[in-house]
Write a protein that binds this ligand. Structure first.
Ligand SMILES: Nc1ncnc2c1ncn2[C@@H]1O[C@H](COP(=O)(O)OP(=O)(O)OP(=O)(O)O)[C@@H](O)[C@H]1O
Ligand SMILES: [Mg+2]
Length: 310
């Protein structure tokens, strides 16, 4: 949990991530987003498909060069060109778990080698025995058995594969794990198991999570704070309690109204609120932005294009 005196582990300030689509059109996938993640806490990022959640995750871990803005991680500026030491620190201290473990695990590699890859790349052991011991320990931590190390990804269930994904991130002893829809592909019962495992691991290791998801009920369960994203803008951020008890933005209200209630009497009377940003009275598109069919594609000048997609 966050300690008020802590300094943020991750501080994202005015992050912009634009992509060229064609001609003079760019998509402002992430537009001026700022938030902080404190050591050991879970920050949930929610929003509909295409709102820019994955793009934020990928910019933060520097799979992209941000168009603009500042990203501070563990007192290092990681938004610009990084020197070797900073790059190394980022590659070990920040890890990512992906939505589809089958697609992200090399089918021709044994589970032990998949999990040990980060250790191999960063030379994080003195001997092969130490390496194997680390892999064995991490397999146990995520609820798998040491003998699983010699099997291949297709020999596992979806839930087990996601445990492998978690083990692979965890073995690096990261300060921050970005989990992009890491439970969305799993059965609901397995989702709860994996989320509980992630919570236990957090208790034990103190790692922070940037937890990206559609499903607000799981986000509510795991997050200390939540940010609500829409069309690349962070509309609202607050503690989980604030967002659920007292949502301010109409889009947040509509997201919350879409969650089914467990009580059938309440559920029967539930009405989902619709949200139309065009009539919301909120200016998403300051300046000359031109919206195409409700998206955030904008036409820009040649100078803007050169600046934004350098
Ligand atoms: N590399 C890219 N090139 C061009 N456009 C992109 C690129 N990556 C993302 N986009 C666009 O940016 C917007 C945000 O995409 P993103 O994948 O971040 O959304 P998301 O919130 O993760 O959605 P989902 O919930 O479906 O995963 C979308 O309009 C998408 O088409
Ligand atoms: Mg996504």
């Amino acid at each position: 949990m966050q300690n008020k005196t802590d300094k943020p582990l991750l501080k994202v300030e005015g992050l912009k991530q634009y992509f060229k689509v064609n001609g003079n059109f760019v998509v402002k996938a992430v537009d001026d987003v700022s938030f902080e993640v404190y050591p050991g806490e879970t920050y949930g990022l929610v929003g509909e498909s295409g709102s820019g959640k994955s793009t934020i995750g990928r910019s933060v871990i520097r799979l992209y060069d941000p168009t603009d803005g500042k990203i501070m991680f563990n007192d290092m500026d990681i938004s610009k060109r990084m020197n070797k030491a900073t790059n190394n620190a980022l590659r070990t201290q920040m890890q990512m778990i992906f939505q589809d473990p089958m697609a992200s695990l090399n089918p021709r590699k044994k589970i032990g080698d998949i999990i040990g890859e980060g250790l191999d790349i960063h030379h994080m052991y003195q001997s092969n025995e130490e390496r194997d011991e680390k892999i064995k320990r991490i397999l146990q931590k995520v609820g798998l058995a040491p003998e699983h190390a010699t099997r291949y990804p297709h020999q596992f269930s979806g839930g087990q594969r996601q445990r492998v994904g978690i083990a692979r991130a965890l073995i690096m002893n990261p300060k921050l794990i970005i989990a992009d829809e890491c439970i969305s592909a799993l059965d609901v019962s397995i989702q709860a198991q994996v989320v509980n495992l992630m919570k236990d691991i957090q208790q034990e290791t103190g790692t922070a999570y940037l937890f990206i998801a559609h499903d607000l009920s799981m986000v509510k369960y795991i997050s200390d704070r939540i940010g609500v994203l829409h069309l690349g803008h962070l509309l609202e951020t607050g503690t989980t309690e604030e967002i659920f008890e007292n949502p301010i933005h109409p889009y947040t209200k509509s997201l919350l109204s879409a969650i089914p209630a467990p009580n059938p009497i309440v559920e029967k009377n539930r009405t989902a609120l619709t949200y139309d940003y065009r009539s919301s009275g909120i200016d998403y598109t300051k300046g000359t932005n031109h919206l195409i069919s409700g998206s955030h594609y904008v036409k820009c000048t040649d100078e803007e294009l050169a600046k934004w997609t350098k």
